[in-house]
Design a protein around this ligand. Structure first.
Ligand SMILES: [Zn+2]
Length: 167
């Protein structure tokens, strides 16, 4: 069980299309994730956040793992589903926003951005075709706007001090 959550690591997985398949097939490799975004853009919880799931070697102890169905490494032109759909990108953004509202702003990184995070040197996970930095920027904006909206509502109510809206 992670003592503390330090960030969100984004992965790709192309070996399971359904949450059940992902749990089974990744489990065969000793791997697991907390969340899975399927091809339709539905988010599935595969395990409680408090459960330790091995998805990025020792980083797994502090990072939640979210996997998106597809192969986004860009090096196999014939691979099936090589680009995330708009629905998948939106779902991943919404998932990260929800996690920020639960835990506060957390770094959102690609699996391969974590040094020594994979047994496979040079692994491109999720890969350049899933733009994790763009998602992180969008989450920052959405989260900021939501907090600003809350602060604005609070500050319009004379019974509530603005400082309370900052918590
Ligand atoms: Zn990965």
């Amino acid at each position: 069980m992670p003592a503390e959550i330090f960030g969100i690591a984004i992965h790709r997985t192309e070996i399971g299309k359904t949450p059940e398949e992902v749990i089974e097939r990744e489990g065969e490799h000793g791997l697991g994730y907390h969340y899975f975004v399927d091809l339709e853009g539905d988010v599935h919880r595969l395990a409680p956040d408090s459960h330790l799931k091995w998805h990025a070697r020792s980083w797994s102890r502090g990072f939640l793992g979210g996997a998106v169905y597809g192969y986004f490494a860009g090096d196999v032109p014939t691979a099936v589903h090589t680009h995330p759909t708009a629905r998948q990108t939106l779902a991943l953004t919404n998932l990260c926003c929800a996690l920020w509202h639960r835990y506060g702003p957390l770094p959102i990184v690609g699996h391969s951005d974590l040094p020594n995070g994979s047994f496979e040197p040079g692994k491109r996970c999720p890969g350049p075709l899933l733009d994790v930095q763009a998602i992180s920027r969008e989450v920052t904006i959405q989260y900021g706007l939501a907090r600003l909206a809350r602060l604005t509502v609070v500050s319009l109510d004379p019974e509530v001090s603005v400082a309370e809206g900052l918590c």
